[in-house]
Design a protein around this ligand. Structure first.
Ligand code: SAM
Length: 210
């Protein structure tokens, strides 16, 4: 009798929406990015996507593009998943992996039209600066991943890190300074909202692959 009751209530449960979090099947082979999304569209990647505030909003503005958030903290990725599912997004996915490794070894060359890096860990102590994601070597790795004309968008609150970013990209002849469109600047990240609330100035820059 109990069984009967359970069967009845089970049939009334809404169909679960599949997770937007992608499980890698290999950490050696390059990712087949087309199989992550229902529609083949230009792909944009955010490294260190945090709680997914930026991507979930920006992906709603651009249904004609696909978006992939890379984040190492599962709790934050779950927030991206929740936000994306609530908004019914089919053009957003999240992946749990170390972002430098992902960009260098898993993302196929020429596969993305934009790379978003917002408020990466600043590593302010001099002896820790070697841990920063964006440096000269990074510009070459980003150059390989971007398609021709692809753009990298950067934001930070850390002046010293900003100087490092600007000098790294200025020193790479494969990039030219670009503009951040207003409709993109207007979409704030979670950390950015925090900085704005506390009156902390933030800096931004963009570079296009030549
Ligand atoms: C300062 S937070 C900024 C988050 C988000 N971009 C924002 O602006 O709200 C940096 C994020 O990058 C993630 N992160 C740091 N190093 C990473 C790495 N090597 N690989 C993947 N994610 C990383 C952290 O877990 C964190 O969520």
């Amino acid at each position: 009798m109990n069984l009967h009751h359970h069967q009845n209530s089970a049939t009334q449960l809404p169909t679960p929406v599949p997770t937007l979090l992608y499980q890698l099947t290999s950490i050696i082979d390059r990712l087949d990015v087309a199989q992550l999304f229902p529609k083949p569209q230009p792909l944009e990647v955010e490294l260190g996507s945090g709680d997914g505030s930026f991507l979930a909003q920006y992906a709603q503005h651009h249904p004609e593009r696909n978006f992939l958030g890379i984040e190492r903290l599962l709790g934050r990725l779950r927030k991206l998943d929740r936000k994306g599912r609530r908004a019914g997004l089919s053009n957003l996915r999240g992946l749990r992996i170390e972002s430098g490794y992902f960009l260098e070894y898993l993302l196929p060359p020429l596969s993305i039209s934009a790379l978003h890096i917002y408020f990466p860990d600043p590593w302010p102590k001099r002896k820790h600066r070697k841990n920063r994601l964006v440096n000269e070597r990074f510009t070459d790795i980003a150059h390989r991943a971007l398609a021709a004309g692809g753009v990298i968008y950067l934001r930070t609150d850390d002046e010293d890190y900003f100087k490092q970013m600007v000098s790294a990209f200025a020193g790479n002849t494969g990039f030219a300074l670009a503009e951040t469109p207003e409709e993109l600047s207007a979409v704030l990240t979670d950390f950015e909202r925090g900085f704005q609330a506390r009156g902390v100035a933030t800096l931004r820059a963009a570079y296009a692959k030549l």
